[in-house]
Ligand binder design. Structure first.
Ligand code: UD1
Ligand code: CA
Length: 432
């Protein structure tokens, strides 16, 4: 098999985002845009990747890549280098910025766009399959779309092969009418393409060096160039502005939710469940409407989440546990069958199996300077409206009365504490 490398472009100016944050670092469901592109490349079997950054954002991107690699132990053997494009002179120049990092590389290079996060591994694989099968020199992933505005258009020759790609800004009215667009995702043979890219001339309209001009140059030399349709057009969605950012979020959300549903999770309304791609959910759990799950959370099987729940900070929710309506859980661990059914904030806490947190329980975990931890034991019963001022420890089978405020105390196992500040309930003679 031929060698594979990916060049991921992420050094553009991204003016249309109107943001201080580099476009490719805008988060979608908890992960930066570019991470989805890297992920797809790795899943398609590419082990060597070069991310192209602008000098200003190099450090930020290097950090983001490091975080991504750490969180992805299964990506072992994957190498991601960051290369700098000194000035954003266009996509052809951006690809050339990878040249030093890929010194001596012979094989197929796949160019991906850091701002096209929806590309699926399947589409990259389809592109590579056709590229090899048809012994192509340069292959482009394309899609038929209803609204091609903003994309380069695919011009096919009489033989059906790729003849040229015309950028919208440079297109004639006939060119603009074409509905087949360039995804910005290409495969080509190295080292030959380096020379082709060196020969790209600035666009007369914009002065930019277009990667898409490499097609025309390759055709002049009678080299084979083809366009391959993506599996679905949403695979090629490019994010240039915030409206497209929302569109990409919706595509990725649907894809992630479909994955969970196939794995046996009921999602009542997939349009209103926003689940981080790193989150895991067990079989026969149900996600009710309006749920946000951020980060690499772990939810067991048979759990009930929502409606209106927010789980974050790598929290864990055990089998058959309940995180009910208007409940927020952060950096916490809920044991098997533990329940927080209504109006509760659980922060920096460990909740034992079958413990019950009454409506309106609040874990006061932050004293204005530092966060503190709280433990609630197995089968404990926390009364409605209890505030647990951390650090706190509520023992096994212990109870608190409604409205109790437990201030940095340990409630021993089996005891009942009530009042403000909460104290042990003294039972009078004759009490049951
Ligand atoms: C590009 C394609 C267009 C395609 C579209 C798909 C070119 C000339 N045009 O247009 O045919 O339909 O993508 O989404 O290739 N970048 C750099 N350095 C630069 C310029 C861009 O790294 O100097 C990066 C950007 O960060 C971005 C990607 O390349 O990730 C594409 O650049 P962008 O300016 O968004 O190109 P489009 O106008 O979308
Ligand atoms: Ca773009």
């Amino acid at each position: 098999m031929t060698e594979l490398a990916a060049i991921v472009l992420a050094a553009g100016k991204s003016k249309r985002m109107n943001s201080a944050l580099p476009k490719v670092l805008h988060p979608v469901l908890g992960l930066p845009l570019f991470a989805y592109t890297l992920e797809a490349a790795v899943e398609a079997g590419i082990r060597r990747l070069v991310l192209i950054a602008s000098p200003d954002h190099r450090e930020l991107l290097e950090q983001a890549v490091a975080t991504w690699s750490e969180e992805r132990p299964e990506a072992e053997g994957v190498r991601v280098d960051v290369a700098v494009q000194e000035t954003p002179r266009g996509t052809a120049d951006a690809v050339l910025a990878a040249r030093r990092r890929l010194e001596g590389f012979t094989g197929t290079a796949v160019v991906l766009c850091g701002d096209a996060p929806c590309v699926s591994p399947g589409s990259i694989e389809a592109l590579l399959r056709e590229h090899r099968a048809r012994v192509s020199d340069l292959s482009v992933l394309s899609a038929e779309v209803n609204d091609p505005r903003g994309y380069g258009r695919i011009v096919r020759g009489p033989d059906g092969d790729l003849a040229a790609i015309v950028e919208e800004k440079d297109a004639t009215p006939e060119g603009r009418a074409i509905k087949e667009i360039n995804s910005g995702i290409l495969a080509f043979e190295m080292p030959r393409m380096w020379e082709t890219l060196e020969r790209v001339k600035p666009s007369r309209e914009t002065g930019e060096l277009y990667l898409t001009d490499a097609v025309t140059l390759a055709k002049v030399e009678r080299r084979k160039a083809i366009a391959v349709h993506a599996a679905v057009w949403t695979d090629v969605l490019g994010v240039n502005d915030r409206a497209q950012l929302a569109e990409a979020t919706s595509v990725l959300r649907d894809r992630i939710n479909l994955g969970h549903m196939k794995a046996g999770v009921t999602i009542v309304d997939p349009k209103s469940a926003f689940i981080d791609p790193r989150a895991r959910i067990g079989r026969d759990s149900t996600v009710y409407p309006y749920v946000l799950i951020e980060g690499p959370c772990e939810i067991g099987s048979g759990a009930r989440i929502g409606p209106f729940a927010y789980i974050r900070g790598g929290s864990r929710v055990g089998d058959k546990a309940v995180v009910g309506s208007y409940v927020e859980v952060v950096r916490s661990d809920l044991g098997e069958a533990a329940k927080a059914p209504h109006l509760t904030y659980v922060g920096d806490a460990t909740i034992g199996p079958s413990a019950n947190l009454g409506a309106g329980t609040v874990f006061a975990n932050f004293d204005g300077e530092a966060k503190h931890a709280t433990k609630v034991g197995a089968n404990a019963f926390v009364g409605s409206g209890t505030v647990l001022v951390a650090p706190c420890d509520v023992g096994e089978r212990a109870r608190t009365g409604a409205g109790a405020i437990v201030v940095r105390a340990n409630v021993p196992a089996g005891e009942t504490w009530v009042g403000v500040p909460a104290k042990k309930l003294q039972r009078r003679k004759g009490d049951a």
